[in-house]
Design a protein around this ligand. Structure first.
Ligand code: SF4
Length: 323
């Protein structure tokens, strides 16, 4: 093979993709956003090689990481500076959010533990506790109620209800606005390309899909995937409240503007909602982009990557706080 032969490029690409799989960031460049990423500096992944959005990424990892002149040095330096800024911002977010949570009633919160390293998985996080059978049974009973619900105008057009899936004892619950066509057909939330992207994002922050819980605010698909209407959300909210009361997550992540707006009953923009933590039924709520929106707008992936890393850091800090 010559230096630039197709075989050589293919082999280099394969090695590079393996590297991405290993560091959990492959999702960032899925769905062909390379051109879009190269077009906007906001799309550069904070933890990937500085030249990862250029054809140079097709080199073997060692070659890609090697200094390639002043431009590469400047890019690496800028990337390192952004990562430092992000870590400071992330630590501030977690510290202030913990203080906010502790100040809320009931205020019976144990003394603060030693500050956890926000970027290293605590050993306790990996320990899977057995799911109480009562939670599983309670969710099954609630799902049976939902499956025959006719409380709003969405019931005649659904194929089936989409209740939710995942760990009944999950610490983190991800919530979208409503089922789409694939979900309506399969009876499961977040399937298809957007669902696969969500699975990849979860893996990138060291969550398996069956470790968290995933559901929607509405349990039935709105026709033509239109936005949920207020009367539909109001009719379906009692199911969500009961679902949350059973699961008792420590943290909720809204996926998309409509999920956040509906859950938090606000007209605020997703950009402003992403900046801080909110509360629903006393549970901390964060917001980020919907995976389907990321498929359409890959340049939002960088913001999403920072959001989910903050979420993981807050999750780990809450876990340390509870132990
Ligand atoms: S969306 Fe909710 S309230 Fe409306 S019919 Fe379906 S389950 Fe019932």
């Amino acid at each position: 093979m010559t230096q630039d032969s197709p075989e050589r490029l293919a082999a280099d690409l394969a090695r590079y993709l393996v590297q991405q799989q290993q560091d959990g960031t492959a999702w960032y460049y899925d769905e062909g956003p390379v051109a879009a990423a190269a077009a906007t500096p906001r799309a550069e992944a904070p933890t990937l090689p500085a030249d990862a959005v250029t054809p140079a990424a097709l080199r073997p990892p060692a070659a890609a990481a090697a200094p390639a002149g002043p431009e590469a040095d400047a890019a690496a330096s800028a990337k390192a500076a952004r990562e430092r800024e992000f870590r400071v911002e992330c630590e501030r977010f977690v510290r202030e959010t913990l203080a906010q949570i502790r100040s809320r009633p009931p205020a019976a919160v144990a003394a603060a533990p030693a500050a956890p390293d926000l970027f290293v998985a605590p050993a306790a996080a990996a320990a899977a506790a057995p799911v109480p059978p009562s939670k599983r049974l309670a969710l099954e009973g609630l799902a049976a109620e939902v499956s025959v619900c006719t409380a709003c105008k969405l019931h005649p057009t659904r194929t089936q209800t989409v209740f939710g899936c995942g760990n009944p004892d999950a610490r983190v619950l991800f919530i979208g606005e409503a089922p789409g066509r694939n979900e309506d057909e399969q009876g499961l939330p977040f399937v298809g390309r957007a669902g696969q992207l969500l699975t990849d994002i979860l893996r990138a922050i060291r969550f398996e899909r069956d470790e968290v819980y995933i559901c929607n605010i509405l349990k039935c698909r709105p026709p033509e995937n239109r936005d949920p209407e207020r009367d539909e959300a109001d009719a379906c909210e009692p199911f969500l409240r009961r679902q949350l009361a059973i699961i008792q997550p420590h943290l909720i992540c809204c996926l998309g503007r409509h999920a956040a707006m509906t859950l938090l009953d606000t007209r605020a923009s997703l950009r402003s909602l992403r900046e801080t933590v909110h509360f629903y039924q006393g549970i901390p709520v964060m917001a980020t982009f919907h995976p389907a929106a990321l498929l359409r707008n890959p340049h939002w992936k960088r913001d999403t990557w920072e959001d989910v890393r903050k979420l993981r850091a807050l999750h780990d800090a809450l876990l340390a706080d509870a132990s």
